[in-house]
Design a protein around this ligand. Sequence first.
Ligand SMILES: [Zn+2]
Length: 376
Amino acid sequence: MLKIGSHVSFAGKGLLTAANEAISYGSGTFMIYTGAPQNTRRKPIEELYIPEGKEVMAASGIDNIVVHAPYIVNLGSYKEDTFRLAIDFLQEEIRRTHKIGVKNIVLHPGAYTDKDAQYGIERIAAGLNEVLEATKETDVNIALETMAGKGTEIGRSFEELAQIIERVNLNNRLTVCMDTCHIHDAGYDIVGDVDGVLRKFDDIIGLDRIAVVHVNDSKNPLGAGKDRHAPIGSGWIGYEGIAGVVGHELLKDKPFILETPWIGKKETSERPMYEAEIAMLSGTTIERFGDEFAEDVERLHYFFDKVGIEPRLYVLNTWELLKSDAKARKADPREPMERLYDMLMENRVLSGDISEEAVNQRLLGFLAGPDWLSSL
Ligand SMILES: [Zn+2]
């Protein structure tokens, strides 16, 4: 069975909170930050409800989860204190990850800031050598994440990751986290040629290094070097592009983790789309949401067809407009999903008491296209 889940909260009762949230979405795996991603304050391990969380996981058959290191850690920094903090904190995170019983911790390799890429690669490799050496008592792997290439971040090409890996002594403990949004933004065409991209990855790094796949659509076109995630089907990669990765034979049995943004008209009404995304990608939509879901999506196709809106074209044209026409963006900054949501509400396409979350879930079903609908 497909192992797919999402980033979940580790607040409150730690692993127990995380496991319960993941299960509420129908997940088969999940990812946590051991504390706030933007700082290094962490609770003592005894307060993380590890045995309780593991019990809940076992009852649901969840056996492979992932930790994400905080993104303030920068092993590429030339500043001694930043570099030191990164090394020290990463060691602590690895020990914590080990105690939680997790095998892989995802790490953004680092950014070279005022230096250059070669400097960044050497510096990151030096930092990793120290971290791995100091945490030999654990069997935790560091999963270097493929990056989009925004700013000065390292890891925007498979070659950069390979260069880091070959400079690290204990590199049997280096794995890779492949992020669909990031590699797409870095210029790897997973929509047009997923086989070619995976073959290239295999040649340069080796597919056996992949420990986890981050599953995100992108708000930007191929090669934009940006890194802005979108719900599945609402971005430039599209549902079929994402499904082509998630269902790929060469990635079978890997854990797939959604980090898609929460959607809502107001901040207080924002909800994650994980439950629908998981069900759609794992082929359990009807099981999870009932026949009404398919009937509603059919209604959306009927309505949008009548007003001349084709899902893929509409999404791409709207992103293009928002990107290239500053005046139009200023006049109407709404993203594609919000525009479609508003049209549905104005025209009362779905029954009046349906929640905003349920409408957006059905919109994702619509954006997956007519072929997906008829496959249900
Ligand atoms: Zn990440």
